[in-house]
Design a protein around this ligand. Structure first.
Ligand code: K7E
Ligand code: CUA
Length: 764
């Protein structure tokens, strides 16, 4: 490149990145960096499109399945910066998920027939919708291995509920929501008897079944209502991905299937394997279900009850006109409804085409009673040609489809080709293709499965990373690739390794639709959103022993845990510790653990969490705060003393070294007066500006005064010690006064910095 052109580009980028010539980021140094790091012009453009400057935020948030980790990963787009791993089906230690009592109850909801299951294979996240668009309130995700659905509240990004499917033994077609989140859909995968009984494989056709469950979502409570949920019984056709209709197709749901041959393998019995028998026919079936009719059938008492769950038998659904089949090209995978709700796009792994089915044609065939026959279970089959709008040849191994903000534009992943194809489903034309690395599964555009896709970016969720990242052993990270789709030509921007598990699907929402809180109302059980019975306010801490049960009502605030010593525990006692974080300041989380008992709680501001264990060994067990929460975090500690049976206090030395003198006291006292002067200055500044217009600052100021308010009590104790000339305690109480001052000053300075950086105005 000519030097002049390079210079011009550098200047352009510099201004695009908000750098002005003359700062330490000079135009020349950008050239130097390009040269030194071997970056091309293309690289710089990609960097400029993804880079989110320090302190700035992303435009979209992606919620990605965490695959075998059983968790959900949250990251920003376009920066691809990871923001959170949400513990869902598996314990997550940092958040205390699975290590405190409240979250253990959530995980217990996902036990399968009384057995604790601590692993999950999460596949498809879904954001709650209102009128077919994301409303940013809730997130749902399924577990394929152990058929379960989880509910995550997006006010705090915590898992609130897990429900285990009462009739499925495995599932895949979930979680998908109806247009107003009336239901969360979950379709089974591998057919099995719906009852929990042994049935020989020879009775596969008669006794094995698939199904589709409609979990009723109670938005007010933010929980699934299992009692109002129901399922359709379906043939043993290995149902796969599913989707809910919207707009004109609202009230309907669609699910693919593979192995509609109902083939049962058995290599060891000399039979050809499943893979051969399950892909023998040229077509499988798309299932078309009317859930609004299903709701009515249940209300009319036409469902039967299996394992305590309402199931609509196939013959009942057929008779009511709520269940149909349509042949679709063999071994399909994705079934995706277009944003206008008019077409259903099916991509078959073993077919180079995508098939565009017309909802209007399907309805016309049903209305006219035009069927080409019935399947062995009596379900009417609509002819493929009567339902098909068009087929478009895209490439090898098409899997999943997402949509652009431009009407008719879609993106389909090509697994075998390792490409994304951009195409027009109205004109049936391929528009562009881009290679990805490697073997793409799902793909995601911004709000791309709603009625109003936002375009802009696409993320390819690739199955293999192979050579894209620094090698880390035989198990490679997964690879997400960010692609710019703002113009006609797709452009690859960024490779992101995902070291968590296989993220089958992800959804992305405009960040400004999310309004997560920064603290809980004091004493909240975050898993139930109710007042925690173990919550106490500052000063109300207590320890109660009844029989062999010890209950501690504790609080945490920088930088101490109250109580600091728990000494009324005898070996064999059951110990329950409720921990309330009294902080109001943003991001002042305390963690809690006790050596050796496998407990941990993450106690965010306002939250109350409980750890519980049996003190089955005598000994001395330090406990401490696990978050580096302040300069004196290491001192945020205490002791649990577990006494052996029949222990009596002997002669304990009471000798405590007296270290402090009047000179020490005077020195501390002077320090306190100096610190107070700093605090007064900061308070003077804060109250001189419009700080009340900044909610973050108001919270910090409240918290600061909270801390300062505690000095009153401490000062009284200090003065009493001074009067008694007890310089030891006078110095210690003066020191504690200073601790509160330091925390006040720290908050005050944070508030002052915030105000200065966010353009506060003078008010007096
Ligand atoms: Cu991996 Cu949707 Cu579970 Cu396709 S799924 S790739
Ligand atoms: Cu609280 Cu460290």
């Amino acid at each position: 490149m000519k030097r002049a052109t390079l210079h011009a580009l550098s200047l352009l980028l510099a201004s695009a990145l908000g750098m002005s010539a003359g700062t330490s980021w000079s135009a020349d140094s950008l050239q130097d960096v390009m040269k030194k790091r071997g970056l091309s012009q293309q690289d710089l453009l990609a960097a400029a499109k993804t880079y989110v400057p320090t302190g700035k935020r992303d435009e979209f948030l992606a919620f990605s399945s965490g695959g075998q980790s059983g968790q959900v990963m949250v990251y920003g787009i376009p920066s691809m910066r990871i923001l959170k791993f949400i513990g869902v089906f598996t314990p997550e230690p940092w958040q205390g998920y699975g290590y405190d009592e409240e979250s253990k109850k959530v995980l217990k909801g996902g036990w399968i027939n009384g057995r604790e299951v601590t692993w999950g294979d999460s596949h498809h996240p879904a954001i709650s919708e209102t009128n077919g668009n994301y409303d940013g309130q809730f997130l749902f995700i399924n577990d394929k291995a152990n058929p379960r659905i989880a509910v995550i509240d997006l006010r705090d990004f915590e898992t609130k509920q897990i429900v285990a499917n009462p009739i499925f033994k495995s599932e895949h077609g979930g979680a998908f929501v109806t247009s107003n989140t009336e239901y969360v859909i979950e379709a089974s995968q591998y057919a099995a008897p719906l009852e929990n009984k042994f049935v020989p494989l020879e009775e596969f056709n008669e006794k094995y079944r698939g199904g589709m469950t409609f979990w009723k979502f109670d938005r007010q409570k933010g929980r699934i209502d299992a009692g109002k949920s129901f399922s359709f019984e379906l043939p043993p056709y290995s149902q796969d991905l599913s989707d809910a209709g919207k707009g004109p197709s609202e009230g309907w749901a669609f699910t693919n299937s593979f192995c509609s041959e109902r083939y049962v393998g058995g290599i060891e019995r000399g039979r050809p394997p499943f893979e051969a028998g399950c892909s023998a026919k040229d077509t499988d079936y798309m299932h078309v279900l009317n859930w609004k009719l299903g709701e009515k059938l249940v209300a009319q008492g036409k469902a039967k009850t299996i394992n305590g769950h309402k199931v609509i038998p196939m013959d009942v659904a057929v008779k009511a006109g709520a269940l149909f089949l349509i042949p679709e090209p063999k071994s399909p995978h994705g079934v995706d409804i277009t944003p206008d709700g008019k077409f259903i796009i099916v991509a078959g792994k073993l077919d180079t085409h995508v098939s565009v089915f017309s909802f209007e044609k399907i309805m016309a065939a049903i209305k006219a009673g035009r069927f080409e026959g019935k399947d062995p279970y009596g379900i009417p089959i609509i002819g493929m040609k009567d339902a098909l709008d068009k087929q478009v040849q895209l490439g090898l191994g098409p899997l999943h489809t997402q949509f652009d903000s431009t009407p008719c534009e879609a993106y389909t992943s090509l697994y075998v080709d390792s490409q994304v194809a951009k195409w027009d489903y109205c004109k049936g034309k391929v528009l562009d293709k881009i290679p990805v690395h490697y073997n793409i599964g799902h793909l995601m555009t911004m709000e791309g499965d709603t009625m109003s896709p936002k375009g802009k970016y696409l993320v390819a969720l690739n199955k293999l990373a192979i050579d894209r990242f620094n090698p880390v052993g035989p198990l490679h990270p997964q690879s997400h690739q960010l692609i710019d789709i703002a113009s006609d030509k797709m452009q690859l921007l960024y490779d992101m390794p995902v070291p968590l598990g296989e993220p089958h699907y992800a959804v992305a929402i405009a960040a400004d639709k999310l309004k997560p809180g920064i603290r809980y109302k004091l004493g909240t059980d975050s898993r139930t959103d109710t007042k925690h019975p173990g919550a106490v306010r500052g000063g109300e801490e207590k320890t109660i022993k009844k029989g062999n049960k010890v209950t501690v009502y504790a609080t945490m605030i920088r930088s101490h845990i109250t109580p600091e010593i728990i000494d009324n525990v005898d070996v064999g006692d059951e110990v329950t510790i409720h921990l309330t974080n009294l902080e109001r300041a943003q991001d002042e989380t305390h963690g809690f653990t006790i050596s050796g008992f496998n407990v941990h709680a993450s106690v965010e501001p306002g939250k109350t969490a409980t750890v519980k264990f049996k003190a089955d060994r005598e000994g001395v067990f330090p406990y401490y705060c696990t978050e580096f929460c302040s300069a004196l975090h290491l001192e945020m500690q205490g002791y649990l003393l577990v006494k052996p049976k029949g222990w009596k206090p002997g002669k304990v030395s009471k000798a405590e070294t007296k270290t402090y003198t009047k000179a020490d006291y005077d020195k501390q006292y002077k320090t306190n007066l100096d610190t107070q002067a700093v605090i007064d200055q900061v308070v003077g500044y804060i109250t001189s500006v419009n700080y009340k217009d900044f909610p973050e600052v108001v919270a910090m100021v409240e918290d600061a005064f909270d801390q300062l308010g505690k000095t009153k009590d401490v000062k009284v104790k200090m003065e009493a010690a001074v009067k008694a000339q007890d310089w030891q305690n006078a110095t210690l109480w003066a020191g504690q006064w200073w601790q509160y001052q330091v925390k006040t000053a720290d908050l005050g300075l944070r508030a002052k910095t915030y105000l200065e950086q966010n353009g506060a105005r003078k008010v007096k």
